[in-house]
Each structure stands twice: as structure tokens, then as C-alpha cells.
Design a protein around this ligand. Structure first.
Ligand code: SF4
Length: 233
């Protein structure tokens, strides 16, 4: 065998060995157990009641933990993360895929207090679309098909989250919130859908103002919490 043939043979053996190692690493990664645990306050199959995807069936996963502190928050029980059972990625994904749903809404609490990378990847591997509802006040993690960011003046959103949001949904709890809504529309990425949603306990007082406002400022849309009218979670 010539020196060139010998070199070619060595290269072939080296390539084959590398391929075997590569395939073995792939198999290990694919079969790697999911290790993350998430504090889950509740999870349920329902109808998305708010915003752009209003009216669609969706599996909701409400994670515990929030330090934003909105005084009118309607899920204050979610605030302490350690009060809620820890579920692993498999348990959550199995519950979602046991329904006919196409999408899973991860909400809270403030879900971005958790690293959502593993959970969102596992859901997408099962062809479930991942939707996030967040205040945007913590660094973004996870792979998302849709991000709805609801900025809160009590803990302001990060620019990286504003940049990534497809939907900006501002809760109007006071007349001053129209100005806050415009401020965050300007800070956003310029192509998010813009929604205003009346704070539930003040809807009767604020909705007429919002109707006038949206008629004057047509880039905004009104979001109502229709799940509360339908008496579903
Ligand atoms: S960000 Fe959401 S969960 Fe947290 S306090 Fe505000 S409304 Fe409640």
C-alpha cells in the first residue's frame, strides 16, 4: 500500500469513528431525561379568553412565583412559588398532549422567574405551540411561538422582552394608564399587536373611556376577558 493509500485509509477510519461517536452523542441527548421542576399552581384545558388568540382552545399552565406586585392582581395566590407543587417537564407535557389542543399557554404568576427552555422545547417536540404570557420583567428563556407581554408599572419590562413580543397587552386600571400604554407601545418593537384590556373590577367605569380612546387611536384594539363572561377558568 502506497503512503497516499495508507493516509486515505486512516482518514476513512477516523471519519467512521467520529461518525459513531457523533451518533452516540445524539442518542444520549435525545434520550436524556428532563430534569427541570416547575412550581405549578394549576393547569387546565380551556378557552383563551384574552388578546389576539381569544376564543381558541388552549391548555393553560399557571406557574407559581411573582414579585411584580400589581395591587389589582386576580391571582395573588400565585405569588409565593414555594406554595405550589413541583411538576417535572414530563408530567406537564403529558397532561397537555392528553388533550386535543394545539397550543399551550404558559402563564403565572410571572413565568419568566423560571428557566422555561426545557419545558418549551419538550412541548414543541410534541408539535404543541408555545405561548407565553409575561410582564417581561425578567430575562427571556424558552422557545416561543407567541409572546404576549403585559407591561406593569410596578416592575418594568426588559427591552429584550419588548423586542421579542408579538403582542403588547396593557391593563387599563386608571385613566393614567393610557399614557403608560403609549409609552410602552413606543418602547416596543414596532410590529406587536397593541391591546388595551380593562381591569376587571373597573370594567364598567373604564370601558366607555377605552372605546373612545381606541376610536381616536385606531392602532389599538380592545381585549375583554371573555372567559369571565363564560364562567370558565
Ligand atoms: S404580574 Fe401578573 S401575576 Fe404578577 S402581580 Fe401582576 S397581575 Fe399578578
Amino acid at each position: 500500500m502506497s503512503q497516499i493509500q495508507s493516509a486515505q485509509l486512516s482518514l476513512l477510519i477516523f471519519k467512521k469513528r467520529d461518525l459513531v461517536i457523533f451518533l452516540s452523542i445524539c442518542a444520549t441527548v435525545k434520550n436524556a431525561p428532563h430534569t427541570n421542576l416547575y412550581p405549578v399552581m394549576e393547569h387546565f384545558y380551556t378557552i383563551q379568553g384574552e388578546g389576539f388568540h381569544q376564543g381558541r382552545s388552549a391548555y393553560f399552565v399557571r406557574l407559581g412565583g411573582c414579585e411584580v406586585g400589581c395591587p389589582w392582581c386576580d391571582v395573588k395566590d400565585s405569588w409565593p412559588a414555594d406554595k405550589h407543587p413541583q411538576l417535572c417537564t414530563e408530567e406537564i407535557v403529558n397532561a397537555v398532549v392528553a388533550t386535543p389542543t394545539e397550543l399551550c399557554v404558559i402563564t403565572g404568576g410571572e413565568p419568566l422567574m423560571q428557566d422555561l427552555t426545557e419545558l418549551t422545547q419538550a412541548l414543541q417536540l410534541k408539535n404543541i405551540r408555545t405561548h407565553l404570557e409575561t410582564s417581561g420583567a425578567y430575562p427571556l428563556s424558552g422557545t416561543w411561538d407567541w409572546i404576549c407581554l403585559s407591561p406593569k408599572r410596578f416592575k418594568l419590562p426588559l427591552q429584550e422582552c419588548l423586542n421579542a413580543a408579538q403582542e403588547l397587552k396593557v391593563v387599563i386600571a386608571h385613566r393614567n394608564d393610557f399614557r403608560f400604554a403609549e409609552e410602552y407601545a413606543e418602547k416596543g418593537n414596532g410590529h406587536s399587536f397593541l391591546y388595551m384590556q380593562p381591569e376587571w373590577s373597573k370594567e364598567a367605569e373604564l370601558l366607555p373611556l377605552m372605546i373612545d380612546y381606541v376610536k381616536q387611536h385606531p392602532r389599538w384594539r380592545i381585549s375583554l376577558q371573555i372567559h369571565k363572561y363564560m364562567n370558565i377558568p
